[in-house]
Design a binder for this molecule. Structure first.
Ligand code: UDP
Ligand code: MG
Length: 320
């Protein structure tokens, strides 16, 4: 299998026929062995019935049906797990993404990139509730993850299979796949893509998503920088806090013991005690984190590195 197109579907009944036709038209002519994997994320409308018909009529269609609504990120994960293609393209099920952009993304992968990410440079969504928050979030994500993309939220992306198969996604994290994958060391290309207004059905999201995305960003940042060495961040701040607290306490102690300055009217003493406590706690958290990291990697026999290739020896299991 060369290509799997993974599409999450939640209450998109009115889009499905056109969607299947457009995606098929875009990939059928490419001379690739392909499949279209629809993940029905617990739709309450006719979506599943329609998908069933599509799957009966076209052997290229695969349908995975969730028992309930688990969210777009989970749907995409399930799509990855159930797909067979060497290349995986993800897109929305509402035709806001244009399947005719798929060949452009594939061309980028052929150039040697591991991920080709769509950029909706002319996004067709409301400004205040969608585009503005998304612009701010994109700027923040770029700065914090150091993976510079204009549009993390665009679902239309193409991945080499090895990029996604080892990534576990939680929360709203599908948009962070490029950032998480950058941990493995990947080459990412950005491709301007077409974006269209929703034709039928309603958007499943509002302003609230931005908040969830920012919270997930904190997790991703941590995973990116310190996941394998928590003591180095918690310990560092613990030393700083504890050190400042200790010096402050020492200063008061010297004043009290040798100069007879009373301690009763010194609020700074409280601060010193607080800082010492915080310091001890941060260092302890770092140590507990170090234990967790070992459990995390060793129980799953995950290597703490990824290998692109090995020369002079048959490829080993590590890092693939
Ligand atoms: N979606 C999903 N599960 C959800 C919410 C959305 O599978 O809980 C799918 C939805 O059917 C669509 C895609 O995710 O195919 C993007 O959703 P939507 O178009 O509502 O997002 P927007 O384009 O407004 O950001
Ligand atoms: Mg949409």
């Amino acid at each position: 299998m060369d290509l799997s197109v993974v599409i999450p579907i939640y209450n998109e009944a009115d889009n499905l026929q056109a969607l299947h036709a457009e995606v098929t038209a875009a990939v059928a002519g490419l001379d690739l062995d392909y499949e279209i994997v629809y993940v029905d994320d617990g739709s309450r409308d006719q979506s599943f019935a329609l998908l069933e018909k599509i799957a009966q009529a076209d052997t290229h269609a695969v349908v995975v049906r969730f028992r309930r609504n688990f969210g777009q990120t989970a749907a995409m994960s399930a799509g990855f797990d159930h797909s067979l293609g060497k290349v995986i393209v993800t897109m929305d099920g509402d035709l806001q993404n244009d399947p005719r952009d798929i060949p452009k993304l594939l061309a980028k992968l052929n150039e040697g990139y591991d991920i080709a990410a769509g950029w909706r440079h002319d996004r067709q969504d409301p400004y205040l509730t969608r585009k503005l928050p998304s612009q701010l979030a994109n700027g923040l994500i770029s700065r914090i993850t150091k993976v510079e993309l204009h549009d993390y939220g665009c679902t239309l992306k193409a991945f080499k299979r090895e990029v996604v198969q080892n990534i576990r996604l939680y929360g709203e994290m599908h948009r962070f796949i490029p950032a998480i994958a950058s941990l493995m060391g990947v080459h990412i290309a950005e491709v301007p893509v077409n974006h269209r207004p929703r034709r039928a059905g309603v958007s499943k999201y509002g302003l609230g998503r931005t908040v969830r995305v920012v919270l997930d960003l904190i997790t991703v940042k941590f995973l990116l920088t310190y996941a394998t060495r928590p003591i180095q961040i918690f310990g560092l701040w613990g030393l700083v806090a504890g050190g400042v607290g200790f010096l402050l306490a020492l200063y008061y102690a010297v004043q009290r013991l040798f100069m007879g300055v009373p301690l009763g009217n010194k609020p700074g003493l409280l601060l010193a005690v607080l800082l010492i406590f915080i310091g001890v706690q941060l260092i302890s958290i770092g140590l507990v984190g170090e234990m967790q990291v070992r459990t995390y990697y060793e129980t799953q026999q995950k290597p703490t590195y990824t290998v692109r290739q090995v020369l002079g020896r048959p490829p080993s299991k590590s890092g693939d």
